[in-house]
Design a protein around this ligand. Structure first.
Ligand SMILES: [Zn+2]
Length: 57
């Protein structure tokens, strides 16, 4: 199970509204709003996810 990069809703990759590629990483968006939000501030959301993964490992 993956999560929407913006609102963190759980979504299947196959069911994601949109898959965005940023800095060679794939990010899922669950809806048009999340897609445009991520496109406006990709660095904000991408950094957030990377930080979280570091904390967990
Ligand atoms: Zn979302």
């Amino acid at each position: 199970m993956n999560r929407c990069i913006v609102c963190h809703a759980q979504i299947d990759k196959q069911k994601a509204y949109f898959i965005l590629t940023y800095q060679d990483e794939e990010y899922l968006a669950c809806c048009p709003l999340c897609k445009s939000e991520f496109e406006e501030k990709p660095e904000k959301y991408a950094e957030k996810r990377n930080k979280k993964e570091e904390e967990n490992s």
